[in-house]
Design a protein around this ligand. Sequence first.
Ligand SMILES: CC(=O)SCCNC(=O)CCNC(=O)[C@H](O)C(C)(C)COP(=O)(O)OP(=O)(O)OC[C@H]1O[C@@H](n2cnc3c(N)ncnc32)[C@H](O)[C@@H]1OP(=O)(O)O
Ligand SMILES: N[C@@H](CCO)C(=O)O
Length: 387
Amino acid sequence: MLAPSRTREKPPVPASGAWREGDSAGRRRFADLGAFDLEAGERLPAVRVAYETWGELAPDGSNAVLVLHALTGDSHVTGPAGEGHATGGWWEEMVGPGRPIDTDRYFVVVPNVLGGCQGTTGPSSPAPDGRPWGGRFPFVTTRDQVAVEVALTHALGITSWELVIGASMGGLRVLEWALLGPEADIEVRNIAAIATTAQVGGDQIAWSHPQLAAIRMDPRFRDGDYYTAPDGEGPHAGLSVARQIAHTTYRSAFELDNRFGRLPQGGEDPFAGGRFAVQSYLDHHGDKLARRFDANSYVVLTESMLSHDLGRDRGGVENALTQITARSLVVAVDSDRLFPPSQSARLVTWIPGADPLRIVTSDHGHDGFLVEFDQIGPIVAEFLAGE
Ligand SMILES: CC(=O)SCCNC(=O)CCNC(=O)[C@H](O)C(C)(C)COP(=O)(O)OP(=O)(O)OC[C@H]1O[C@@H](n2cnc3c(N)ncnc32)[C@H](O)[C@@H]1OP(=O)(O)O
Ligand SMILES: N[C@@H](CCO)C(=O)O
């Protein structure tokens, strides 16, 4: 895991003049933030962040909201497909004019995460020698990802966040933000941590293990250096299998049994080489991700999630949680078997003054945060209104 851990005294703030705003692509804009020393000891000599914004920053800077996406999400939290985006926003019902995170009122910023494949520096970005980083891309932690988001915040001239909100892997960063933001002189007034945890545990590491193996064992993975492979092919099969394993954990056993049960897929016969419908469903989600996501980023981001331990170098999880000063909302999905409600309850127990745990009722498991807008929307709106 991590090389000898060292506590960063302050997240890196680029020296004056190191930051410059880059060009844009569609709605996305780019910020070049300079070099970053990573928690595990390596250095990224040049970090670029792709981000999108909605709304206007108030003259006193008091209305900024940071939305942090999950594993395969991106900066396109709302808005139509097109302008560089293959799909519409992944939290369309949550962010926009008159929606729970109201862009008529708030200035909403959504960065793409460090290590991803949507414009922020990641394994497919060029290394200093001009070739893609590929398998040479360094190990990054949740804290490194937040350190980059802290630098983006400074670069945008934002000194306080009214709300930092995210689910799943986004929620991991929300919790780090609650501690690293104030250390970097950025006020974090409210946090909303949805379907997430303070410390990735044995069950989550276990589910990740065969996903990482599926990608690495694909002969087309080539130790991560497949971008320039002669046949132009990457480890799509391995990535698809990884997604199928993950997707099973994103949905509930109840849903899979009741929605698909033992139904065969279309005209296929499962006893004669055909598939059950649930197998076809997983094939579909696996193939769809393999067409839109980079396998190296999947590996880097999965490993960054495994690094997540809010208590590392902070005297343990509970001690770390007690240092959170933001007003805090914690939301769990009752059928989430990946980030179970017990892990959310732990947050509420130890974050001083946290609102009572809000439980979303859903058959859809962890993915409830992407489905149950009728419940999550009012919960977030009520939390913001209650400030
Ligand atoms: C913050 C972020 O995480 S952003 C990333 C979010 N997006 C993703 O994760 C992309 C993957 N998609 C999903 O996980 C889900 O579609 C969600 C969570 C977005 C929405 O959940 P639901 O509305 O319940 O969708 P569901 O799980 O039923 O999947 C629907 C898809 O499965 C397909 N499907 C359903 N049954 C079958 C079957 N038997 N065989 C093949 N395909 C099937 C549907 O045709 C549909 O395909 P499409 O998405 O290409 O149109
Ligand atoms: N569907 C979500 C699940 C992980 O939270 C994603 O792909 O990011």
